[in-house]
Design a protein around this ligand. Structure first.
Ligand code: BG6
Length: 493
């Protein structure tokens, strides 16, 4: 039985014909409907410029649901119920006069309104202004903003200022879909529900931390966006820094949105600035060249079919050694790494614990692996703790052997499917809970840190280092960590 309250509302989806809406948002809403988590009165208003009628819109959504949802999860009754909630409104978002159709539609029910902007962030302000002029919004309206919010600190502030003219911070839900992932939420449970870890979570016990978000895909059909953004803006400024915050933050006073966000902001403010020396030693920028990913030939970034600039310096890979300048994390490096067209799709956080202070086992075994806590976000969501035990067998004496204590979420909890991040995030917005969304100051402090790297790259005017598609990134990213006597954990088993 569902344990969440079903709240009625109208969800106005701006950009309803776009890739994100068709690939992620409609499937997420369908899954919620199928799970009986949507109020019967909830409506989804799809807004886009395309001159299509209601029938064509429903057909487009239906086709994409069938494409992006496993066949055995399509239930014809749930599908029909879901499609009956959808209404298409053709609208040019920048034309203030066009909003009266939306206004009329909203007046039919007077349901509380949730506006989801799956559009370029540059027009968020204009949409807000038009919604306000047309009388579509009030103090109860919520708006959901997709990332990236801005291109740097200045542009991000401009967008946030424009939105803030019409909405209070409590009405704004800034998405970072990583916060909706099941295992990411589990980080909070793991850290703050288990005193076992709480007492070990600092520089006294932890040697270093790795965060890897590797993808096998390239830039798909997103050259226009990606070539201007690059991997640092696309992944580090948001997803990786959010993961870092959840791993590094102090215990919040409670689970309220602001208690959690206050702690995350403290981490972002404590990030050691990236000066020229750190830029040259602790930041690696890569770009894939032709190679083979999981047996399939892949072109280099500069040869991508949609590519428009064969000299592009846009990075598709970044590795950073970050430091958090506070008491808890003094001298504990955080190695962050993310890239497109890597060996495998793998997102994981590895906590490497320190070795015991006094070593009593055979000297030749001194280098055997230390305790590691491996938090796997995808695939095979779960947690595993590598412990050292005595090897089995009379002849082995007191030989040590590393072995895992494993918690695989699907197997342990007999989960049939792990919900997609957007399902969780939609539910939270509908219920008015902001704890999985990003506050304005978080976004801005993250830009402050990333802007130093971007500006440094620009002033040095160097090219990214090449790595073959299907590899783990440029060799210099391996050199960066081995220089410190450590290595990336690449064992996905
Ligand atoms: C998005 C980025 O935010 O996250 C994409 O814009 C990236 O470039 C995607 O591919 C990765 O998300 P996930 O959930 O597949 O790890």
């Amino acid at each position: 039985m569902p344990t969440v309250a079903k709240t009625k509302c109208d969800i106005a989806l701006f950009g309803a014909q776009g890739d994100l809406a068709l690939r992620k948002l409609f499937p997420a809403l369908y899954q919620l409907d199928k799970a009986n988590l949507l109020a019967p009165q909830l409506r989804v208003l799809g807004l886009a410029r395309s001159p299509i009628d209601q029938e064509n819109f429903l057909e487009t959504v239906r086709i994409h649901l069938c494409k992006f949802i496993a066949a055995n999860e399509i239930d014809e009754i749930a599908l029909a119920r879901f499609l009956a909630r959808l209404f298409y409104i053709e609208i040019d978002f920048t034309d203030g006069n066009a909003y009266h159709t939306l206004h009329d539609k909203l007046c039919e029910t007077n349901n509380p309104l949730v506006c989801y902007f799956a559009t370029p962030a540059a027009i968020y302000g204009e949409i807000c202004q038009n919604l306000s002029n047309a009388g579509c919004i009030d103090n109860h309206t919520r708006i959901v903003l997709e990332k990236p919010i801005g291109y740097d600190l200045a542009s991000s502030k401009k967008i946030n200022d424009a939105v803030a003219q019409h909405f209070a911070e409590e009405q704004i839900y800034r998405i970072d879909h990583y916060l909706g992932k099941e295992t990411v939420q589990n980080l909070i449970a793991l850290r703050f529900a288990n005193s076992l870890f709480g007492s070990q979570w600092d520089h006294n016990h932890i040697d270093h931390i790795e965060i890897t978000v590797a993808e096998t895909i390239g830039i798909e059909h997103r050259w226009g966006y990606f070539d201007r953004a690059g991997q640092l803006r696309d992944m580090v400024q948001n997803h990786l820094l959010q993961l870092l915050c959840l791993i590094a933050m102090d215990p919040p006073n409670d689970l309220s949105a602001d208690s959690i966000r206050d702690e995350k902001v403290k981490v972002l403010k404590a990030l050691k600035p990236i000066d020229t020396h750190s830029l040259n030693h602790d930041v690696i920028r890569g770009q894939y060249c032709a190679g083979s990913v999981q047996g399939q030939l892949a072109p280099g970034y500069l040869e991508e079919p949609e590519g428009k600039d064969s000299q592009s310096c846009t990075e598709t890979f970044v590795a950073i050694k970050a430091q958090i300048c506070n008491w808890r994390w003094a001298n504990v490096p955080f190695y962050l790494r993310t890239g497109k067209r890597m060996t495998e799709k793998l997102s994981q956080i590895i906590i490497h614990f320190k070795r015991p202070p006094h070593y009593i086992f055979a000297p030749e075994q001194r280098d055997i692996a230390e305790n590691k806590l491996i938090i796997r976000l995808q695939p095979d969501e779960g947690i595993s703790l590598q412990v050292l035990t005595k090897d089995q067998g009379l002849e082995k004496g007191m030989r040590l052997k590393p072995g895992p204590l494993k918690l695989n979420f699907s197997d342990t909890f007999h989960t049939q499917r792990i919900p997609d991040a957007y399902e969780r995030l939609f539910l939270e917005v509908i219920q008015g809970s902001q704890y999985l969304f990003v506050r304005r100051d978080e976004i801005e402090y993250a830009w402050v840190w990333c802007d130093q790297i971007i500006n440094g790259w620009q002033s040095q005017n160097t090219r990214p280092q090449k790595y073959p598609a299907g590899s783990w990134g440029p060799v210099s990213s391996i050199a960066m960590i081995t220089r410190d006597g450590k290595s990336w954990h690449e064992d996905s088993a």
